[in-house]
Design a protein around this ligand. Structure first.
Ligand code: NAI
Ligand code: MG
Length: 494
């Protein structure tokens, strides 16, 4: 069969703006939210010592959902003591296989209550229910299930060595994948024999509070998992507490650097999963339609609130027009709106601050000469929203090409040769992920070996599996989560 060059493909003829979907809204009568949540310490919900609470809102409406406790230094101290007691008294005394049973149980309970988790996650974060239902929640259960299997096989993680748990882990997570990040942190720690104090992001604490209920249902011994809510000040108390042996942080590079310098001189293990500015490379021999889906998945789903988002598009010149034409059409058909509608592709921007940050960076990009394209779609009147955005006429030094935007904004550059593609992709302070689109395996391997990024996808994007390690280089952080590598931050070799 004769092959058709991608740039000679007929223009797609889909007038998708005429498509009308009837709304298919997830019913929220299966969930229950308390008015007020306490701190989860020593298997009890406790009021914060200050008596202070703060609100978490639904970014799709701007309305309050619930109030959560604001933990002060003395609450953090209590949580760390509880984790130490949980470690000494219960968790370190259990047979490893018994630890595994708890993890299996937690995984099953998440599955049983998956609908509740998905709805609450979408309400609290603004992400589409399709994402929370099909990605966040099943993956969270899968990570617990995967690490359950390692609990009694730690001696095989590093053959020929014996290991022991680090002790008490202080874990801080961001707002983009609240439940999934909690699972990424808690599951390997418990499997390795550590106990934890977890602090969710101040804007998205609700699925972590539901996870606390699961810990009770699973009969986890007291103090093994403690969940404390608060902001950066609270997080800082946790990282500086002398009673923790290990800090695991996912969030901004700025805070990551602060934690790194603050920890100097303290005898604590540290892993950091920070930002990214990942490139998606489309070669002329790529399957163009699949590549366009991959680009959309890489940056527009989940509003670009993904640390490994494919936020820089690099297209080989001969297929530039074919790719851009399709991409423009495709983003015209994306449904932006109610996160609880099952048709929705792009939900709400997570907060007013994040929306302002995206707007400010885009303004800067405009002033620098970037050419912007947005589809003609209507945004909801309440809440925080941003249209999927393409930015061309940018150079390697443009702010939008260099800085993490964490929004649905894609910069577009071209390249002629493999070497040019690699050098542009690597020209960034970050090194988290990359995507390579080509129908030649040899090219994919050659390019993958030359890219300085922790995770590289070939002819796909944003695929996760608990058995695969994830993490970055350079300013994207260090340490790996997932796979047996995800255990290493929580063990010490004897
Ligand atoms: P952030 O880094 O301030 O927040 C992440 C977590 O760290 C939250 O739980 C927060 O309470 C905590 N935290 C804040 N300051 C702390 C401190 N001094 N010590 C200990 N913990 C602290 O991120 P933020 O402000 O929510 O987002 C800012 C930017 O960071 C975003 O625009 C995005 O570019 C990037 N980001 C990257 C993420 C990733 O997955 N790599 C996730 C979220 C944000
Ligand atoms: Mg919220």
């Amino acid at each position: 069969m004769a092959t058709v060059k991608a740039n000679k493909l007929p223009k797609p003829n889909l007038n998708t703006s005429d498509w009308i979907y009837s709304s298919s809204k997830e019913k929220i009568n299966s969930i229950f939210l308390k008015d007020k949540y306490g701190l989860f310490i020593d298997n009890k919900y406790q009021d914060p010592e200050s008596g202070n609470h703060f609100s978490t809102i639904n970014p799709a409406t701007g309305e309050g959902l619930a109030r959560v406790a604001y933990a002060s230094a003395s609450d953090i101290d209590k949580a760390v003591r509880s984790a130490r007691k949980g470690f000494n008294r219960y968790w370190s005394k259990l047979q490893p296989a018994e630890r595994g049973k708890y993890l299996f149980r937690i995984s099953r309970l998440i599955q049983e209550r998956s609908k509740e988790f998905a709805i609450i996650e979408s309400l609290d974060t603004g992400k589409p229910i399709r994402e929370s239902r099909d990605i966040d929640v099943p993956l969270a259960a899968a990570y617990f299930f995967y690490y359950a299997g390692w609990a009694d096989k730690l001696q095989y993680a590093i053959p020929g060595s014996r290991s022991r748990p680090v002790g008490v882990a202080g874990q801080i997570i961001p707002w983009n994948f609240p439940l999934l990040m909690a699972a990424w942190k808690i599951a390997p720690a418990l499997a390795a024999g550590c106990t934890v104090v977890l602090k969710p992001a101040e804007t998205t604490p609700l699925t972590a509070m539901l996870l606390a209920e699961i810990m009770l249902e699973a009969d986890l011994p007291p103090g093994v998992v403690n969940i404390v809510t608060g902001d950066g000040v609270t997080g800082n108390y946790l990282t500086e507490h002398t009673g923790i042996d290990k800090i695991a942080f996912t969030g901004s590079t700025e805070v990551g650097k602060k934690i790194l310098s603050g920890k100097a001189g303290m005898n604590k293990k540290l892993s950091l999963e920070l930002g990214g500015k990942s490139a998606n490379l489309i070669f002329e021999d790529a399957p163009i339609d699949q590549a366009v889906e991959g680009i959309v998945n890489g940056i527009f789903y989940n509003q670009g609130h993904v640390c490994c988002a494919g936020s820089r598009l690099l297209v080989q010149e001969p297929v530039y027009e074919a790719v851009i034409d399709r991409l423009k059409l495709r983003i015209q058909s994306l449904k932006v709106g109610d996160p609880l509608d099952k048709n929705t592709d792009i939900g709400a921007i997570h907060s007013k601050e994040q929306l302002n940050k995206i707007r400010k960076l885009c303004k800067l990009g405009e002033n620098e000469g970037g050419e912007f394209y947005q589809p003609q779609i209507k945004l909801p009147s309440k809440g925080f929203w941003f249209k999927p955005t393409l930015v061309s006429h940018v150079s390697q030094s443009s702010t939008l090409v260099q800085e993490e935007i964490f929004g649905p904004v894609l910069t577009i550059q071209t390249f002629r040769t493999v070497d040019e593609a690699v050098s542009k992709a690597n020209n960034t302070p970050y090194g988290l992920a990359a995507g390579i689109w080509t129908n030649k395996g040899s090219k994919a391997f050659k390019v993958a070996a030359a890219l300085r990024a922790g995770v590289i996808w070939n002819n796909t994007y944003n695929k996760f599996d608990p058995a695969a390690p994830f993490g970055g280089y350079k300013e994207s952080g260090f340490g790996r989560e997932g796979g047996k590598h995800g255990l290493f931050p929580y063990i010490v070799l004897n």
